[in-house]
Design a protein around this ligand. Structure first.
Ligand code: ZN
Length: 406
């Protein structure tokens, strides 16, 4: 036997052993790689599941938050609906235009429907997609509630404002109704006075023109007189306070303008004779019942003041001059109105010299009354007398007429 085969066997065995060993090692390595991949996959899957769970949890939390807020809004909306219904009830018949209440009623219905709609359902085992869909629905629900609340608040405020305006208008109307009688009385008074001014200024124009008054003074008075006539002719709605007041203001303004222009016109022809006295030389004694300024010669006025102080101490009321100085045009008018039998001829009355005063009959200056008796008895101590012709049985019987004799 040769020794060679043995080593070959050994070599072969060794080679086989090497081959086998390598195959085992390879196989072992192969198995390990598969395991690692599987483990990685498991880890990744676990991570993916955790991430999905987290997303689901976040989405669920978001839905919960939205629903909580929406539920709060729902409760608030219900309270607003109650308020709006109360406003609707209290404003019934108390707005100028009911359209604003109809709009609120419509909005109440809308709000009630929104408040009645429930929140979206989310099952405990809902998938992420279902939870996300619920989130969208919850957001929509919350938006609907918020918009309904805002619209309802706006409409409610509109009705409140309309009712406030209506109540203000009612109060103003009531105040106007309460003020109307007094305003009408004032209008009646100024209308009467303006009528006198328009009437008398006709005499003023005629007389001063005849006496040579300048055209400028006549034009001015004529213009104011025309405005006075227009003011008297202008229509007045006597049921409307504004109309009554406006008419009274216009008539009063016209009256004042006529009176001022009349005195200015008289001044242009003043020559110091009866009825033609310069007004600057006289002293004012107030305003007569027709709204015309009254004057007396200043020494007569001073004496009247002293007499009046005694009278007031005795009777507790002022000694008023109803008519004092009577300019020529007024004398012409009085003559026309009462005739020569009752009125002095123009240019002859002591009124034209500003030394006669007529006292108000209604203040007690009638024959037999204490006021008249006192003035007739005490006037002479201050130069004021009741003339014989005016006494009871004296001819003309003017219990109101007193003259200053100094
Ligand atoms: Zn008189």
């Amino acid at each position: 036997m040769s020794q060679l085969p043995l080593p070959r066997i050994v070599i072969a065995l060794v080679a086989l052993a090497v081959l086998l060993g390598g195959g085992v090692a390879y196989g072992v390595a192969q198995v390990s790689a598969q395991q690692a991949a599987a483990e990685r996959a498991a880890v990744e899957q676990a991570a993916g599941e955790r991430a999905a769970e987290e997303r689901l949890a976040v989405a669920q939390a978001a839905v919960g938050q939205i629903l909580a807020q929406a539920s709060e809004a729902q409760a608030g909306l219900s309270a607003q609906v109650a308020t709006a219904e109360e406003v609707l009830a209290t404003s019934d018949g108390k707005v100028a235009d009911d359209a604003v209440r109809v709009a609120l009623a419509d909005q109440v219905a809308t709000a009630k429907a929104a408040a009645a709609a429930g929140p979206p359902e989310v099952a405990d085992d809902a998938t992420l997609a279902e939870v996300e869909a619920a989130e969208t629905a919850a957001t929509g629900w919350a938006t609907t509630l918020r918009e309904a609340a805002e619209a309802l608040a706006g409409r409610t405020e509109e009705v409140r404002a309309a009712q406030g305006a209506w109540e203000t208008a009612q109060a103003e109307a009531a105040a106007a109704a309460a003020d109307l009688p007094a305003a009408k009385a004032a209008l009646e008074h100024v209308t009467y006075q303006l009528g006198i001014s328009v009437r008398d200024s006709g005499y003023t124009i005629e007389w001063t023109r005849g006496d040579g008054a300048p055209a400028s003074a006549l034009d001015l008075l004529t213009g104011h007189r025309a405005e006075g006539q227009a003011a008297l002719a202008a229509a007045v709605d006597v049921a409307d306070l504004g109309s009554v007041r406006a008419a009274a203001e216009r008539r009063e303004a016209a009256r004042v303008a006529i009176e001022a222009a009349a005195w200015d016109a008289r001044a242009t022809v003043a020559d110091g004779t009866n009825g033609k006295l310069p007004i600057g030389d006289l002293c004012p004694m107030g305003v007569g019942p027709e709204g015309q300024d009254q004057y007396l010669r200043c020494d007569a006025a001073a004496a009247w003041e002293r007499l009046g102080a005694e009278f007031e101490a005795q009777f507790g009321k002022p000694l008023r001059v109803e008519y004092g100085y009577r300019p020529y045009d007024w004398q012409l008018q009085v003559l026309d109105e009462f005739g020569g039998g009752l009125a002095a001829r123009p240019g002859t009355s002591n009124h034209g010299l500003a030394v006669a005063a007529d006292v108000p009959v209604d203040d007690g200056f009638q024959f037999g009354r204490p006021e008249f008796a006192w003035l007739a008895a005490n006037g002479p101590r201050h130069g004021w007398v009741h003339p014989d012709w005016a006494r009871q049985g004296g001819g003309r019987e003017e219990s109101w007429h007193f003259e200053y004799v100094g």
